[in-house]
Design a protein around this ligand. Structure first.
Ligand SMILES: NC(=O)c1ccc[n+]([C@@H]2O[C@H](COP(=O)([O-])OP(=O)(O)OC[C@H]3O[C@@H](n4cnc5c(N)ncnc54)[C@H](O)[C@@H]3O)[C@@H](O)[C@H]2O)c1
Length: 366
């Protein structure tokens, strides 16, 4: 069977760290033929680092010359809709990094272009493909912790990733930095609670970077029968992506980057069952670490982007469903914008609930 031909637009951080290595890892079924970036120096540097044959500055020219089956969009969010629609109108399937676009109206354009051109869309909801997250979905689906009752997510992105950098494009997104990493907490919630009917948001500005709107958030995403409570912080030098999933008969605790999932049960608070539960939890962490080590040693460890790229390539080749559909991307944008609307409602001079934001959030900086 002939290989899928792929080309990447946007030769920045995520392309170099995750997307290009993912294509190269799956050389047996996909061939990365070109990179396109407005910044030609950056694109040439990345192309030579990874041995990508050709570099372009214009998407249309790249598609005309290379005729890729798949265009992978790794540019900042405000460019997604234009680049995706152009690629689809020229007959290409598209992988679009999160958020799929800035507004629901833009998402509708993407859904429409995909249907009209008969091409597939996959959205880069990468955290869905962490091993512990995939396992947690299976466990909840199989009833392993009984009826799903709710969840909690804690995400920490280091200050120097975006917050302290005045020139980072994230500060110009509708909600500021939450527009960059907020999609992760939204689509992870939607995997368990869908639809989200309502949101509540508290936001605070802890650090003194005038260009950054807020840097600490507490968010509740509220469905019909369950709530996801989120802490989203940009105020430390720590990376963290942790979840607790509460079931009627058990709790799943996930450390996505630490790659472990602990399934615990503590129906009684007496010392012996609690001690046994702690022993079991420690054993599960060790077991997870060993299995990660074994996968790494055997060259079988795949990161989230390896998995999403591989599955999307398969879905194009086999004409099956995309691993993350455009509709899922659209729903995540709709909910993210509910959060941003709550923040906007608290802007000084608006008629919204001023108690939503705390600290200096209601200073003119916001
Ligand atoms: N899934 C994840 O975990 C994850 C992590 C980081 C970033 N992202 C997403 O990936 C996307 C890119 O983020 P990044 O951090 O790599 O950004 P970046 O700024 O490092 O890179 C973006 C690149 O796109 C180029 N570019 C901008 N407009 C262009 C255009 N019209 N045509 C061609 N090139 C253009 C820029 O020159 C730059 O090289 C964003 O949507 C971001 O939210 C996802």
């Amino acid at each position: 069977m002939s290989k899928i031909k792929a080309a990447v637009v946007g030769a920045g951080l995520i392309a170099g760290k995750k997307h290009i290595p993912a294509f190269l890892r799956h050389k047996n079924k996909v061939e990365l033929v070109a990179l396109c970036d407005l910044n030609q120096d950056g694109a040439r540097k990345l192309a030579s680092q990874f041995g990508v044959p050709r570099v372009y500055s214009d998407l249309g020219e790249m598609i005309e010359k290379e005729k890729p089956d798949l265009v992978d969009i790794c540019t900042p969010p405000k460019t997604h809709v234009r680049l995706a629609v152009e690629a689809m109108n020229r007959g290409c399937n598209v992988l679009i990094e999160k958020p799929m676009a800035l507004t629901v109206a833009e998402c509708d354009q993407i859904v429409e272009a995909s249907k009209r051109n008969g091409v597939k869309v996959c959205v880069g909801h990468s955290d869905l493909f962490y091993y512990p997250f995939m396992e947690a979905r299976e466990l909840v689906k199989s009833g392993a912790i009984g009826e799903f009752r709710g969840m909690r997510i804690m995400l920490s992105t280091p200050t120097d990733y975006m917050t302290s950098r005045e020139d980072h494009w994230a500060h110009k997104l509708p909600g500021g930095v939450i527009g960059e990493s907020g999609p992760h907490i939204v689509y992870m919630t939607l995997a368990f609670i869908n639809p989200i009917r309502k949101v509540s948001v508290d936001a605070m500005k802890v650090l003194d970077f005038p260009w950054s709107r807020y840097d600490d958030y507490r968010i509740n995403l509220i469905g019909d029968k369950a709530i996801s409570s989120v802490s989203l912080s940009y105020t430390t030098d720590q990376w963290a992506a942790r979840l607790d999933i509460l079931g009627e008969r058990g709790i799943l605790t996930l450390d996505l980057e630490g790659m472990y999932l602990v399934n615990s049960r503590r129906p009684k608070l007496s010392p012996v069952p609690v001690a046994l539960s702690i022993l079991s939890e420690s054993g599960q962490i060790m077991q997870n670490l060993v299995s990660k080590g074994v996968r790494l040693a055997a060259g079988k460890y795949e990161n989230t982007h390896d998995i999403i790229v591989s599955r999307f390539v398969d879905s194009i080749r086999d004409n099956t469903d995309s691993p993350v559909s455009a509709e899922e991307g659209r729903e995540a944008v709709r909910v993210l914008n509910m959060i941003v609307d709550k923040l906007d409602a608290d802007k000084p001079g608006s008629n919204g609930d001023r108690d939503l934001a705390l600290g200096r959030a209601s200073s003119p900086v916001a």
